[in-house]
Ligand binder design. Structure first.
Ligand code: SF4
Length: 259
């Protein structure tokens, strides 16, 4: 039995450090967090804490299956790889010969490994001449939003969060989906910081915050504008320089507040 150091392959910024115990046949028998990592502190989320069970689970899909009943009936039958490839090729070929760009590959990376994440499928669709799509649709939209508003796609360094005096959590269930950050938030609270969560849903994070503001779904924009209406007049010059379009924001906020 040997222990291998690894990192979680999922698309999650925490990139938890892991220790994987591997038996003499090269099979992973146990996965645990690496306590030596200064940020993730030996913690793994519930998805990954038993990763080896999922990897070797008997119900895992290991070969092509074809639907054998009506959609939703849950009936499938095993087919050969040749039959699976022929079936898909028979559908893609006529489309590709007429207009390959009418094929739009759409996916993102549940697993960020070089093989599973984005390698062979890219080559396949390029060869076919399919449309190009930045596969990170949600991530790219967020990145451009950040660039337009604050000038760069940046965030607060998580290890500095314990220095904050006021922590506003907006639409994020940190205790469930950003588990390591919560530790730093609690440190800030022990120094006297206030934690406020804005979320239509009363999540565990909302419950454990000092204040939970349950806005109606879709009213984030109105709340943000109302906050900007109060905040912008009090901004100091150094803060202005960090906001790319403070004048645009100021005129929009005053236009909305006049309505
Ligand atoms: S929190 Fe979970 S999914 Fe995210 S990096 Fe850690 S183990 Fe992986």
């Amino acid at each position: 039995m040997k222990t291998i150091r690894a990192v979680c392959p999922h698309d999650c910024p925490d990139t938890c450090a892991m220790l994987v115990e591997v038996d003499e046949n090269g099979r992973a028998v146990r996965v645990k967090g690496d306590p030596a990592n200064p940020y993730t502190h030996g913690g793994l989320c519930v998805k990954v804490a038993h990763y080896e069970r999922r990897t070797y689970h008997p119900d895992r899909l290991l070969y092509p299956m074809k639907r054998a009943g009506r959609k939703g009936e849950g009936k499938f039958e095993r087919i050969s790889w040749d039959e699976a490839l022929d079936t898909i090729a028979a559908k893609l070929k006529p489309i590709a010969s007429e207009n390959p760009q009418s094929i739009l590959p759409y996916s993102y990376a549940g697993t960020m490994g070089l093989l599973q994440g984005s390698s062979m499928d890219r080559r396949f669709f390029h060869r076919l001449g399919a449309s190009l799509l930045d596969r990170t649709i949600c991530s790219t939209a967020g990145m451009f939003g950040m660039r337009y508003t604050v000038g760069a796609s940046v965030g607060t360094h998580p290890e500095t969060v314990d220095q904050a005096n006021y922590i506003l959590i907006w639409g994020s269930n940190i205790i469930t989906s950003n588990i390591h950050l919560w530790r730093y938030i609690l440190k800030a609270r022990s120094r006297g910081a206030k934690i406020v969560t804005i979320d239509p849903l009363r999540t565990r994070t909302g419950e454990q915050s000092d204040e939970h503001i349950a806005i109606m779904p879709g009213t984030d924009g109105a709340l943000a504008l109302a906050m900007m209406h109060i905040i912008i007049p009090g901004l100091h010059r150094p803060v202005h320089r960090r906001i790319r379009s403070v004048e645009v924001a100021r005129s929009r906020v005053s236009a909305v507040s006049r309505q």
